[in-house]
Design a binder for this molecule. Sequence first.
Ligand code: PEP
Ligand code: MG
Length: 325
Amino acid sequence: VLQTMKESANLPAKTKDGHDVLLFGNIGKADDAAKARELGAEGIGLFRTEFLYMERDELPNEEVQYEAYKACAEAMDGRPVIIRTMDIGGDKELKCLALPKEMNPFLGYRAIRICLAEPDMFKTQLKALLRAGVHGQVHIMYPMISSLDEVRRANALLQEAKDELAAAGVAFNGDTPVGIMVETPAAAMIADILAKEVDFFSIGTNDLCQYTLAVDRMNERIGQLYEPLHPAVLRLIKQVIDASHKEGKLTGMCGEMAGDPMATMILLGLGLDEFSMSATAIPMIKAVLRSVTVDECRHMAAKALTLGSAKEIAAYVTRIMTEKG
Ligand code: PEP
Ligand code: MG
């Protein structure tokens, strides 16, 4: 198995008809980047930076963060690295930051909402990211965006971070691309507006499913209602991809759905540009991609969008994949 994984890592992520697809890895620590490379990741589509905040008693300073982001950029050797700014929610206890106990933590004070309320903390992270951009192709990504105003406020703080670094004579990459996670139905619905404001999108299906379907992603009792292939989710995904392409921007996906072989053909057919997943899923998704053509995926996506439920869509996908062998 290891041998075939290694062989797969060296094969191009290309469909049968020669269409290139970006297969990236999701990581939670800079050290994981090398492992993702070995398994064939051509970039990092999601670096979750939460561990930096969760593992210590005090907020991580700029230097600690800079070293972690720089290590990741260097490990990927010039390939794209999308680093997500802090995404901590009211459900996690943090020693370094007092967060309120809430009735509905997933609908509460989390991620970009905390960052906009704590501009000094946020700017520390942004400065570390801008500086790391000198050592590779670092991209900044904001999580949990639900309005245009949040993007603009975050970008205003990013500009302040740049001005402060420049004034201090510190080296940084002023052209660092900035994108957002599309993981709230609100962001998906106004994707056309948000696409004008950012350089790229990455769809976070874990939260997008939870919020669209009103199904707690952690609640096992209603786990059967958590359906990424639900037509409502697929329609939102299509809308997001179409909106980004209209503005000439790329859309990736870094939720679990990107690493689910049942979804690969539909997502490719909808035009998804980049798939980011836990590195162990890369060889399998690559094998699916290499066995299909873009035309057949487009046809499949169009048909799937006419079906009324996740079960029908899953049955349709299973039938097509079985026919293909
Ligand atoms: C997502 O919501 O799909 C996502 C990738 O973010 P997280 O799982 O970290 O919430
Ligand atoms: Mg999320």
